[in-house]
Design a protein around this ligand. Structure first.
Ligand SMILES: [Zn+2]
Length: 177
């Protein structure tokens, strides 16, 4: 297991490794907390992006899932091609200054800002409702594919019958395409 370390002003490595499923399974935990140097570099790139978002919005961001070793990804039923498996993605919830979870307005504003201002491959408005996601997924592309970002903005939830759909933000609302 590698020791925790500060990646950026506000984010630490273990926030990107932490997983309740891994905590309950020692074999998965050992792998999950021992990422390779390459994966660590990818996690750093994602942490840098998340720090840019945090700096602009001046809101704390709670990471719900960062890197997932293949064993963990399998255990939680994640997609084989998920950018989480090479450290290229993060799921996060913006928090209000009071520490409560942000509302739909913040989710949509932050998603809109990412689309306009950041280098990103996939942005997913995940679960919750069409007004307010439960979390945002921000995915980068592997360094060897740079700069071929797909710039896919997707949403998934009951309102899409559990399927990924393309979407856009218009007048502060999420529109499924
Ligand atoms: Zn994700």
């Amino acid at each position: 297991m590698i020791p925790n370390k500060q990646l950026t002003k506000n984010f630490f490595l273990h926030e990107f490794l932490k997983s309740q499923t891994a905590e309950r399974n020692p074999a998965i935990k050992e792998k999950q907390y021992s990422p390779s140097e390459t994966i660590l570099l990818n996690i750093q790139t994602v942490a840098n992006s998340l720090q840019l978002i945090r700096n602009f919005w001046k809101l704390p961001m709670h990471i719900t899932s960062g890197y997932r070793c293949p064993e963990l990804n399998k255990a939680i039923g994640g997609s084989n091609t998920s950018a989480h498996t090479w450290g290229g993605a993060v799921d996060f919830e913006p928090l209000l200054k009071t520490g409560e979870e942000a509302g739909g307005e913040e989710y949509l504003k932050i998603a809109g800002w990412i689309i306009k201002n950041m280098v990103w491959d996939q942005l997913i408005f995940e679960y919750g409702t069409i007004e307010c996601a439960s979390w945002l997924h921000l995915g980068k592309i592997p360094p060897d594919k740079y700069p071929k970002e797909r710039k896919q903005f997707l949403c998934i939830g009951n309102y899409t019958q559990g399927k990924y759909r393309n979407c856009r933000i218009e007048n502060g609302r999420l529109i499924i395409i």
